[in-house]
Write a protein that binds this ligand. Structure first.
Ligand code: 28G
Length: 637
């Protein structure tokens, strides 16, 4: 079929266009999938799964299977209608070939019978095709199995019938091209987390994940959609009410919201537009927040919990301890902002605001128990806010946060030029001692921490101010904390977390990162936070010494030594085992060290990390730390 169409006169021009399109993708893959590192690699799977989810949202597909095969390929199969394979008159090609070879083809943005669809971030399966060494598409339709093969985006076969079948659906199998992707190992947990999220957002669809490489399987099906999502996020927290669930279909699009209050102090609101996580928020978030404050204030007043006229709960008060998912689906999503993850459609603000106000008011009236639980929490937050403000004002008035009295255990540097200075926050007094002796005192300051710092996730700001370890950090940084944090006053350019490479070290690092994330966010956003990388091994033979920072490096180093004499291998269990010179040379000297810069690449990922780590339940926390303690390089919070 496709063979004959090649002979038509307009085919040549179109074929050239196709080639140029996919060639452009291969020339500049970053333009289409962001990066070609491990994140870009997984993007390939997301692209294909997005299409299957679109078919599910259109109401034709109930199951999606993602399979990571032993040979490095990945396959995705759905039980939808199957991409049409008959030749279309206008193009002379099948819809299948069009979808696989034309950039942005695939009926996005409400065209072609799809009411709503993934959109923007979905650049299309043709991009995956262009970046795959091999891609095979199978379509189950009209009782037949149809098959077509591609290499690096180039068609290898026409659409052939290769068998019979009862089922319907589409299956895409692809092998990422080694010319494009330096790393080609799919990560099971990354896939799992993404699929869980997609399953929560697409009510009624089953997603299976199979990892044939490690013989692992998982299935997600959430009858409750975003309601189940909130239950999942709060499973280790103290719940103060039932999960409130609100859904409405409007001419502007669909609005779906689930929320629940917990005893926690932080807020966790996740917003989505067409299943895309809008990390920068946008109109739907604004509408939600406005309606939330208004509804709760009205309810509290009506029930005489708020008595005085000018007494009001603030937007902050009604968000303390709140977990919420706001998911909207609309025909023409406008994504704005730095990372194109902010919903710009103004009509969604009023749609969410009015819907949520109306239905949440109704819910509170019908469920007085939940209403009371919610308002009590908000009033508690309001009282705490006033108390905390008083505490903070006192602290600030006393000048403690202005750096007037630097903590005694801080070994400050002599330079006062904040562009060149570094603060090492070091676990334990003995490592602190080595660091103090080994450092370059001109520009490196050392702050040793005694034991574990407070878990800020479980405490309000007044208690946080009272904690000595945190106070020392705040004063040393010299830029205040929380709302009054002013990055311009920062006394050091780099803040380096230096902990042991063991479970305790990982825990302390996480506690510090949580502190920075919740109370000094600009520090992370502006790239001031680093994680030191002390070596794991010292290998010595005669006068030759090699420090190794991973087991791989150790294996490589072994080959560099002559095999005849004994090699002395020392495994460092903690920073304290290194003498000051060694610590300087391996971990602190800017000429020779490596450090990891902590970024907020994905706020949700950070939430997930903190959620697992900081949940009340002890068991999952231990498990997480143990499986990730050696994997610091992946710690992208
Ligand atoms: C397995 C991995 C990823 C998909 C479908 C189903 C249809 C379709 C996909 O059509 C072309 C353009 C507009 C109609 C649509 C089948 C209508 C009727 C489909 C997927 C044709 C795209 N029958 N399932 N595309 N449209 N699954 N899974 O990609 O006019 S993509």
């Amino acid at each position: 079929m496709a063979e004959t169409s090649k002979k038509t006169s307009n085919y040549g021009a179109e074929q050239i266009q196709v080639l140029e399109g996919l060639q452009a993708v291969r020339r500049r893959p970053g333009m289409y999938i962001g990066t070609t590192d491990i994140a870009g690699l997984h993007h390939l799977i997301w692209e294909i799964v997005d299409n299957a989810i679109d078919e599910a949202m259109a109401g034709f597909c109930t199951e999606v299977v993602v399979n990571l095969h032993k040979d490095g390929s990945c396959s995705v199969e759905d039980n939808g209608r199957g991409i049409p394979v008959d030749t279309q008159r206008q193009t002379g090609k099948s819809a299948l070939e069009t979808v696989l070879t034309i950039l942005h083809a695939g009926g996005k943005f409400g065209e072609g019978g799809y009411k709503v669809s993934g959109g923007l971030h979905g650049v299309g399966v043709s991009v995956v095709n262009a970046l795959s060494e091999v891609l095979v598409a199978e379509v189950y339709r009209d009782g037949k199995v149809h098959r077509q093969e591609y290499r690096k985006g180039d068609v290898q076969t026409s659409v052939q019938v290769v068998g019979k079948t009862e089922k319907t659906g589409t299956k895409i199998i692809f092998v990422p091209d080694p010319e494009i992707f330096p790393i080609r190992d799919f990560d099971f947990n990354t896939v799992l987390n993404r699929m869980r999220q997609q399953a929560y957002l697409t009510k009624g669809v089953t997603i299976r994940i199979i990892d044939e490489r490690f013989d692992k399987k998982y299935k997600f099906y959430f009858e409750g959609g975003v309601k189940s999502y909130v239950q999942h996020l709060n499973k280790n927290k103290e719940n103060l009410c039932n999960v409130v669930y609100i859904e409405k279909e409007l001419p502007e699009g669909n609005v779906e919201i689930a929320l629940q209050y917990t005893g926690a102090f932080s807020e966790n609101i996740f917003t989505f537009a067409n299943n895309i996580h809008t990390t920068e928020g946008g109109m739907h978030l604004t509408g939600f927040r406005t309606a939330l404050t208004r509804t709760i204030n009205n309810y509290a007043r009506k029930n005489e919990i708020l008595k005085e006229k000018d007494q009001n709960l603030t937007s902050d008060d009604v968000r303390e301890g709140l977990t919420a998912i706001v998911s909207v689906k609309l025909a023409n999503p406008q994504f704005e902002g730095q990372t194109k993850s902010k919903l710009g459609n103004a009509e969604m603000r009023t749609a969410v605001e009015n819907t949520f106000y109306e239905l949440f008011t109704q819910y509170l009236d019908e469920n007085p128990g939940d209403g009371r639980g919610i308002v009590e929490k908000c009033c508690l937050a309001a009282r705490a806010r006033i108390a905390a403000k008083a505490a903070r004002d006192t602290v600030i008035r006393k000048g403690v946060l202005e750096g007037m009295t630097l903590p005694g255990k801080l070994a400050d540097c002599s330079s006062r030029d904040p562009l060149n200075t570094e603060l090492f926050i070091v676990e334990g007094d003995s490592a602190g001692g080595s660091a103090k002796q080994g450092r370059n005192r001109e520009f490196q300051a050392i702050l040793p921490l005694r034991g574990k710092i407070l878990n800020v996730e479980h405490s309000r700001i007044d208690k946080i101010f009272a904690n000595n370890e945190i106070k020392a950090i705040v004063i040393a940084l010299g830029a205040s904390i929380g709302e009054t944090f002013d990055v311009a006053k920062l006394r050091y350019n780099r803040i380096v977390i230096m902990t042991d490479a063991d479970v305790d070290g990982a825990h302390i690092r996480t506690l510090l990162l949580t502190l920075f994330y919740r109370y000094f966010k600009p520090l992370i956003e502006q790239g001031h936070i680093y994680i030191a990388q002390p070596p794991l091994y010292k290998m010595a033979q005669n006068k030759k010494v090699i420090y190794c920072y991973s087991d791989d490096e150790k294996e490589k180093a072994l080959e560099e030594f002559s095999k005849d004499t004994k090699i002395n291998i020392q495994r460092y269990k903690g920073l304290g085992e290194m003498n000051p010179d060694q610590l300087w040379e391996t971990t602190m000297n800017p000429e020779t060290r490596t450090m990891l810069r902590v970024r907020i690449e994905d706020a949700e990922k950070a939430e997930a990390i903190f959620d697992t780590l900081m949940g009340e339940e002890v068991l999952p926390r231990k498990k997480f730390i143990q499986t990730h303690a050696k994997n610091v390089k992946n710690l992208d919070i």
